[in-house]
Design a binder for this molecule. Structure first.
Ligand code: GAL
Length: 339
């Protein structure tokens, strides 16, 4: 029933758009989605179209893997794909979104620089009747609900945090090298505006306390997902707290790779006198887990997420909407990675 109402509303919207089609700012013809090509019923092959992909910044290990997979998946489906670099600047990205809209793309994929910019992006896309698949950085439920042709593809960061904490709780000494009965940790955070950083920080520690362990936070700072910053912060914390540190939690692997360099430089040894855990399961991190130089990581499934996002693009371009129950969230599971 909901869907019927939604479709009826879409039709009314489409009609009203046609009605004011003469105005200078009206969207180009390409914004009309389904109907014209509806005759071809080759269900698994996409019928073509332009997809504009906005990535928050290219210089990010995980998002590089993600965008390459997404580009390939969409191109293989027959879409004309353009991927742009937001250079970690929301103003730049908003401009890129507007350019794609003026060019008449059939669907947008947006990895926001700032989640708080979602309403701006939605407003612009909605005015041009262009669907938006948000990826990686989650808009609020309220933002999503404001546009039926929007959805979010991501993973539940609470799960990745929980897995990080469990990896430590499951070690032989339960994360307590110095034997003081407490897990003394440092936390290197991603960009704190991002729920991935907030949830990983919170839920990694919650998993420890849920396991009945005592915790003590020695240090917590933002490393913005960046390897060099991860190294710098870990080095600072190691100098400041030395042997008091049992565990270094990093919200992602890039920062954990940096922290690993600082750990070596400080003469410490992972698995022997300190633990180190990240998220993403980058190839380098997996190799280190295998070699024992990293305690564990959590697979952030960029392939699953890229394919789910690509499938959402296809659904929208084919004229479909979100799930039958109106749910606009598509979630891919994390996987714990230990030796
Ligand atoms: C996270 C990922 C980080 C970073 C971030 C960007 O999901 O774990 O490495 O890529 O997204 O928003």
């Amino acid at each position: 029933m909901k869907k019927v109402i939604a479709l009826a509303l879409t039709a009314v919207l489409a009609l009203s758009l046609v009605a004011c089609g003469g105005s200078a700012s009206s969207a180009p013809a390409a914004s009309a989605p389904a109907s014209s090509a509806a005759g071809s019923v080759a269900s698994t092959t996409a019928k073509g179209g332009k997809v504009g992909v906005c990535i928050y910044k290219f210089d990010d290990n995980f998002m590089t893997l993600y965008r390459e997979e997404l580009d390939k998946y969409l191109s293989d489906m027959g879409y004309d794909v353009t991927v742009v670099d937001g250079k970690n600047d929301q103003a730049t990205q908003t401009e890129q979104v507007n350019t794609f809209i003026t060019q008449g793309v059939d669907c947008l994929v947006v990895n926001l620089v700032q989640a708080s910019a979602a309403p701006t992006v939605i407003e612009a896309a909605k005015a041009a009747d262009i669907p938006v698949v948000f990826i990686n950085r989650e808009p609020t439920a309220e933002d999503l609900a404001s546009y039926e042709k929007a959805c979010y593809v991501g993973a539940d960061a609470r799960q990745s945090g929980t897995f990080q904490g469990e990896i430590i709780a499951e070690t032989e000494n339960k994360g307590d090298f110095n034997g003081n009965g407490t897990v003394d940790y440092i936390m290197i955070m991603g960009d704190p505006e991002n729920v991935d950083a907030q949830y990983r920080t919170e839920f990694s520690i919650k998993a420890l306390t849920d396991a009945g362990l005592k915790v003590n936070k020695l240090f917590e700072q933002r490393g913005d997902w960046d390897q060099a910053k991860g190294q710098e912060l870990a080095a600072t914390a190691l100098t400041q707290y030395g042997d008091k540190i049992d565990v270094i939690f990093c919200n992602n692997d890039a920062m954990a790779l940096g922290a690993a360099q600082a750990i070596t430089a400080a003469g410490r040894t992972v698995g022997k006198d300190i633990y180190l855990v990240g998220v993403d399961a980058l190839e380098e991190a997996k190799a280190m887990v295998d070699a024992g130089t990293m305690t564990g990581t959590v697979l952030n499934d960029h392939i699953g997420q890229a394919h789910t996002a690509g499938d959402c693009v296809k659904t929208f371009i084919d004229g479909g909407l979100n799930k039958d129950d109106g749910d606009q969230n598509y979630t891919v599971d994390y996987v714990k990675v230990v030796k």
